[in-house]
Design a protein around this ligand. Structure first.
Ligand SMILES: [Zn+2]
Length: 431
């Protein structure tokens, strides 16, 4: 059991006695995470598990072996995602779904994705020990990061029918193999793509457990957080044109410095994000000044803007603000600009009933007042949310670090999230 260290660490005492005890086992969870961490192409330097690589397959094989000993049957769908259910539950009966991914960014962390696969796995093992059958299906999505085939949440997009066989055939890995060819030996069946796909009516709801990848819960010393929205995103490409000129002979007054214009825009974006509230964030992540030389005023700068907010209604207001700032700054600095939207995704609200169920589950195991939070990053849950009742459960990330070999989450927090999950999926009710 061993939830005691977590409880004392967070000062949470007085757990209620359950009708039956879910024997979630921290040692097993730790063993899973440590074992999967050894399956990497860069030993000693973080998790590097490109989709369909040897290390990725070893991690999947390990999960399959554990599932079998936990009394589960499993299959790989035509898109390459692993599914598992208790032997006693038919494939066509309705269940909860929980899962995440085992692929990683290069030199990534040992918790991103893995935690969300290990949690439902441990629920199966715990339930078996408790001689219970949980109405739960685990899904390990084939490619989530998008670093192997250049498209994020590929496995869930394909299984939900938003990617065709032709589109999958056009996505290639670093070796030049397309998704269908590379996946053939791991269960991908091109002829069945589009046929072997999600049946929303057979899913009660989806709960993805994931590390937060931000510092909120860690700083607030909370063991978990319930995600009630995934931020929407707009991305832009902007080119500002001024005049490249001599850095020595052009007075400050006579300049039309494109980079200075962009810098003013960046500072105005900070104020705009603050003004919009709701944890809105605006980032200029990439910039290419020209000519980018020590003694020349930059006459042109191309840059990207990434704007995210969890409230769909804030998206148009932010969009208007971004356009106005660029226009005003360029006008008073006598610069020319072109601003184009390159991506527009709505915010995704999580299902209130599933969030509520998670809150009640946390309450029941003695974790009072688990905070509600938002996800700034996209996850497979975002792809499933329009189709089935969906919510996420976040586990704190030490100092908010992720996509980095220093990524760390406490086993006791992962165990707490696993217990919440176990409690939430123990029967088929959703309210
Ligand atoms: Zn992830």
């Amino acid at each position: 059991m061993g939830l005691q260290p977590m409880l004392s660490a967070h000062g949470l005492k007085g757990r209620v006695t359950l009708e039956f005890q879910v024997p979630v086992n921290e040692e097993r969870i730790e063993q899973d995470i440590q074992t999967i961490a050894t399956f990497t192409e860069t030993p000693g330097n973080g998790a590097s598990r490109p989709t369909f690589s040897k290390s990725w397959r070893a991690a999947r094989d390990y999960i399959v072996k554990e599932l079998e000993s936990a009394g589960c049957k499993w299959k790989v769908d035509a898109c390459g995602n692993l599914h598992a259910r208790p032997n006693a539950i038919a494939w066509d009966s309705s269940t909860w779904v929980s899962g995440s991914h085992i692929d990683s960014v290069p030199n990534g962390g040992n918790f991103d994705g893995v935690v969300g696969c290990v949690a439902p796995l441990e629920v199966f093992r715990a339930a078996k020990e408790d001689q219970k059958v949980v109405p739960l299906e685990l899904i390990t999505w084939a490619e989530e990061e998008g670093t192997t085939f250049s498209l994020g949440m590929l496995g869930s997009r394909a299984w939900t029918g938003s990617l065709s066989r032709d589109q999958l055939a056009s996505l290639r890995n670093a070796q030049g193999q397309n998704y269908l060819d590379a996946g053939a030996q791991h269960g991908v069946v091109p002829d069945k793509i589009g046929v072997d796909k999600i049946k929303p009516t057979s899913i009660i709801g989806l709960i993805e457990v994931h590390v937060e990848q931000g510092p909120g819960l860690w700083n607030d010393k909370k063991p978990a957080g319930i995600v009630n929205a995934i931020a929407g995103r707009r991305q832009y490409s902007c080119v500002i044109t001024g005049v490249a000129n001599h850095a020595g002979s052009t007075s400050m007054r006579d300049r039309r410095d494109a980079l200075a214009g962009m810098s003013e825009i960046l500072l105005e974006f900070e104020k705009l994000a603050e003004h919009l509230g709701h944890r809105t964030v605006i980032t200029i992540g990439q910039l290419f000044p020209k000519p980018n030389a020590i003694n020349v005023i930059n006459g042109e700068v191309t840059f990207t803007v990434d704007f995210r907010t969890p409230v769909t209604e804030v998206l148009p207001a932010g969009d208007k603000g971004i356009h106005k700032i660029v226009e005003d700054v360029c006008a008073h600095r006598h610069l020319i600009y072109a601003l184009d939207v390159t991506e527009s995704l709505p915010a995704i609200e999580m299902d209130a009933r599933v969030c509520n169920r998670l809150a009640k589950a946390a309450d029941k195991i003695g974790l009072k007042q688990i905070p509600q939070t938002i996800s700034g990053a996209l996850h497979d849950a975002a792809i499933l949310a329009p189709l089935v009742p969906t919510a996420m459960l976040f586990v704190p990330s030490r100092d908010g670090i992720s996509h980095n070999s220093d990524e760390f989450s406490r086993i006791e927090d992962i165990a707490a999230a696993t217990e919440i999950l176990a409690e939430a999926v123990r029967d088929r009710r959703i309210e």
